[in-house]
Write a protein that binds this ligand. Structure first.
Ligand SMILES: [Zn+2]
Length: 512
């Protein structure tokens, strides 16, 4: 039906009003019937044929007719209302009104939210709907990347990952937990009957700005839940502010201005690749004003970009990366952002696109910048094509930043020296170096915020030669370093000497 108007959901409150109005209308109808000359006469005739003589019986009879009219009216309104009311597609959804965003401020706000959550769990009297809404709201308020619900022997631990650190937020009694798991499963369209198998889904939000991937995993204590949060409307950072060192930033910006070729970003999950990618697209848009057609193929869409054409690919839509990429090339794009290259077909179409007048930004899973070339040639791409299509490979890692209020200077031990040597540091620079301590400011963690380490392998003529010959990753890496490539380690050591990160953190992330 082409009806455009919709009614709000028929709530109990609205229905009560409907009944009151209906009874008034019914009485009015009765009054009109008895006062009008024709119908009034007919009514009296009906009453006398039914032998209703007294005024009392007549009133009672007319009252019954009023109730009958009322019942018909109410039934009619209800039927019509259900026909036109706006029923949400999925009734199990976190409504925008339920997503009460807490004013968390920063890490310092965590302890306040902890006691708030405790209060809500205690006052919930077994209702898990409010608990789930509260946990999710707090997660988004703190810009947590993940929420973990891990059942133990006695209680269920609620843990948030914020800026790389884990923070216990509260405990849920075990007796409530099965209901909570059920609620989360219903909200994400997962089977509530399956319990011994892992399940993946997505939480349903009324406000599409919020997304959360859900993973349910069986453990001996019950089902463990992990939520990965993303706020699609999160602010995109300016490329100048993502922490890229000056020497890399200048070259990188110049590459973004090229009209064709490929730029690859690599790094482990949660290393901030998406942030760099979106900042890069924003930079391209700003540099080239309106004369650029930017399209993205993402799985899933993580951030909303104003003025870009974003397409969701993957299981949810049934659109695969190769199909989407092949079709989008016919849309005359200048710049293509491709979420990830993970198969042969995508790799070969992407390389061809990059060599035929498109600038392509993508990510590839590899251990290092030089490893990307090997990874792509394993996918069947000719090394000669790789060497001419790829302009640069950017690698990045996220480090937890030392809390400036409590970091402490350390003596370099033989253990530190050994660790650095293993990473390939020949000349260990002069300190001082720092370690994490912990104070009230950082809630005892010793870290506040995160910083990114960058490395960029720029494909120069010199290196192009090696790449086209299919040189193994470690040899290519050595050649690149000889040619002066700024490495993750260089960047990390700079930060370590500035007291931004600890040597422990540096060795942890660089050896990934
Ligand atoms: Zn501190």
């Amino acid at each position: 039906m082409g009806m455009t108007f919709t009614l709000p959901k028929l709530t109990r409150k609205i229905f009560a009003y409907v009944k009151i109005v209906s009874i008034i209308i019914s009485i009015l109808i009765m009054l009109i019937i008895s006062k009008a000359s024709f119908s009034g006469e007919a009514l009296r005739e009906l009453e006398s044929s039914l032998r209703i003589g007294s005024t009392f019986l007549s009133l009672l009879f007319r009252g019954l007719i009023v109730l009958l009219i009322n019942a018909v009216l109410v039934a009619l309104v209800r039927t019509l209302w259900f026909h036109f009311e706006k029923v949400p597609e999925n009734t199990a959804v976190i409504k925008s009104g339920d997503l009460f965003m807490y004013k968390a401020g920063s890490i310092a706000g965590i302890s306040r939210l902890q006691s708030e959550l405790e209060r809500i769990i205690e006052s919930s009297r077994g209702s898990v709907v409010g608990i789930v809404n509260t946990i999710v709201s707090m997660g988004f308020s703190l810009a947590a990347s993940d929420i973990h619900l891990s059942p133990g022997a006695d209680t269920v631990e609620v843990v948030f990952r914020v800026q790389g650190n884990l923070y216990p937020m509260g405990k849920i009694p075990l007796r409530l937990y099965p209901h909570l798991v059920r609620r989360v499963k219903i909200l994400s369209g997962l089977s509530i009957f399956k319990q011994g198998v892992p399940q993946d889904g997505q939480l349903n939000f009324e406000d599409t700005a919020f997304t959360a991937r859900v993973s349910v995993f069986p453990t001996s204590n019950g089902e463990r839940i992990a939520l990965r949060l993303a706020n699609v409307n999160a602010r995109i950072m300016d490329l100048d502010n993502i922490g890229m060192p000056e020497n890399i930033l200048l070259d990188y910006k110049a590459l973004l201005n090229r009209s064709q070729g490929m730029i690859v970003i690599t790094g482990p999950t949660g290393s901030g690749k998406s942030t760099t990618m979106f900042s890069s697209l924003l930079n391209i848009q700003t540099q080239r004003k309106d004369s650029v057609n930017i399209v993205t193929l993402e799985d899933p869409i993580e951030t909303n970009l104003e003025g870009f054409q974003q397409t969701q690919v993957g299981q949810a839509t049934g659109l695969t990366f190769p199909t989407a990429l092949r079709s989008v090339l016919r849309q005359d794009p200048d710049v293509i952002m491709l979420g990830e290259i993970r198969d042969e077909e995508t790799a070969s179409i992407a390389i061809r696109a990059a060599m035929t007048g498109h600038l392509l930004l993508t990510t590839v899973h590899a251990n290092s910048t030089s490893g990307v070339f090997n990874r792509l040639s394993q996918m069947g791409v000719d090394p000669v094509q790789l060497s001419s299509a790829i302009h640069a490979v950017l690698s990045q890692r996220l480090c937890r930043q030392l809390c400036p209020s409590c970091r402490k200077i350390i003596e370099l031990t033989s253990f530190h020296v050994r660790q650095l040597k293993l990473l390939g540091v020949e000349d260990i620079p002069e300190g001082p170096f720092y370690e994490a301590e912990g104070c009230t400011e950082c809630l005892g963690r010793g870290f506040i915020g995160q910083v990114a380490l960058f490395e960029m392998l720029l494909v120069t003529d010199h290196l192009r030669d090696f790449i086209s010959r299919g040189l193994p990753a470690h040899q290519l890496s050595r050649e690149a370093r000889k040619a002066g490539m700024p490495t993750l380690l260089d960047h990390g050591l700079d930060f370590a000497r500035q007291g931004k990160i600890s040597l422990t953190e540096l060795t942890r992330v660089v050896s990934e």
